[in-house]
Design a protein around this ligand. Structure first.
Ligand SMILES: [Zn+2]
Length: 383
């Protein structure tokens, strides 16, 4: 390879790569020719995008449908305070162009779906999965297996993270490790359970490292291994992940097309309607405010005590979701009950528990305390 394949500016810019014997001009040219798709411009996608751009990955694709929210800024370092309310791909585009103007960026302001995934992923050499939900993870996995594209996986929760490389040639896939999604509501996401802001920084940076290793062809990628990151214990461990010959994606190849992943993950009924909309009796914040003024409803808050201390609705009674099953018998089933959490997911879980216990006069506060803050009492702090 000739030095002249890189411009003068590129030679200067990548000088610290070019003097590493294992990377050199050849490696830098591979990075320049590489096409990497990032799914999600959030906590994992932010550091991954910044480091891949800085490293000189020539083509980056970015899929994200969301807009920047102030609660994102604690960890999503692609976006700044001035970007709140803007589409994430817009702030990402500006930031990436500033980090490295040599990068060609293609943005997709959409959710990755079963309809568009093969088309989008097909245009890239590998995928960095920065999604935060199970349906999209299975979707990315299955599409990568079908297309033969490595899937650099990462996930974070509170103080713990995971990373691996799935769907590489002869390596296992996400389904080999997790054949079945967890039951809905059992594994909280970061919005419900929280995450230490620096942790997606760590894990997303590991994903970028793995992507660069795969592109340049150096080192031992995390193929067949799951890296477990324990931020509190300051421990990194790897466990072996074996390819499952019975895996319907990469083993038997019985999955030949993308399916409805919301339904697969139990978030939808067979008729395609969202389970959250179905049979979930709801009350709006303004309706609840009236009922509370009239004093004819009991409001149960199923969040955690530290969330209660941030903000709560006057008149609510705190029963954290973990203690909820034991407290059900203390509730009066002849009274109207409204259950509330932060955004309405945990409280829907509690409503189902009450319904299962035979309660009929029970409703979920739609949108939780966040929507209460928007529509009834802006003095209630959003978090
Ligand atoms: Zn598999």
């Amino acid at each position: 390879m000739l030095l002249s394949d890189l411009s003068r500016d590129e030679v200067s810019r990548y000088a610290r790569h070019l003097i590493i014997p294992d990377v050199g001009i050849e490696g830098q040219k591979r990075l320049k020719a590489a096409r990497v798709l990032l799914v999600g411009a959030g906590g994992l996608g932010s550091p991954a995008a910044l480091y891949l751009a800085a490293a000189g990955v020539g083509h980056i694709g970015l899929v994200d449908f969301d807009v920047v929210d102030v609660t994102n800024l604690q960890r999503q370092i692609l976006h700044g305070t001035k970007d709140v309310g803007r589409p994430k791909i817009e702030s990402a585009r500006e930031r990436i162009a500033d980090v490295n103007p040599h990068v060609e960026l293609t943005t997709y302001q959409t959710a990755l779906t079963s309809q568009n995934a093969l088309d989008i992923i097909g245009k890239y050499d590998l995928v960095v999965d920065g999604t935060d939900n199970f349906p999209t993870r299975y979707l990315v996995n299955d599409a990568c297996v079908m297309l033969g594209k490595p899937n650099v996986y990462g996930s974070v929760f509170r103080f713990e993270g995971q990373a691996s490389v799935f769907a590489a040639k002869d390596g296992p896939c996400y389904r080999c490790l997790f054949p079945e999604p967890p039951p809905p509501g059992v594994v909280p996401n970061c919005a419900e359970g929280g995450v230490l802001g620096v942790l997606p920084g760590l894990v997303g940076t590991i994903q970028a490292t793995e992507a660069i290793k795969l592109i340049v062809g150096i080192g031992e990628p995390l193929i067949g291994r799951l890296l477990l990151v324990d931020a509190l214990g300051a421990q990194f461990r790897t466990v072996k992940v074996r390819k499952n010959p019975e895996c319907p994606a990469c083993g038997t190849h019985e999955i030949t097309g993308l399916i409805d992943y919301e339904q697969f993950c139990g978030l939808k009924n067979n008729d395609g309607r969202s389970k959250m909309d179905d049979v979930m009796p709801e009350i709006t914040p303004s309706e609840l405010a009236e009922r509370l003024r009239a004093g004819d409803v009991e409001l149960i808050d199923v969040r955690e005590p530290h969330e209660w201390n941030i903000a709560h609705i006057p008149g609510a009674r705190l029963i954290p979701l973990g203690e909820f099953p034991a407290a059900i018998e203390s509730l009066d089933r002849t009274h109207d009950i409204v259950v509330q959490c932060r955004s309405g997911v945990r409280s829907a879980n509690a409503v189902r528990q009450l319904q299962a216990a035979g309660f009929t006069r029970v409703k979920n506060l739609a949108g939780g305390i966040l929507r209460w803050s928007d529509e009834v009492d802006p003095s209630v702090v959003k978090y």
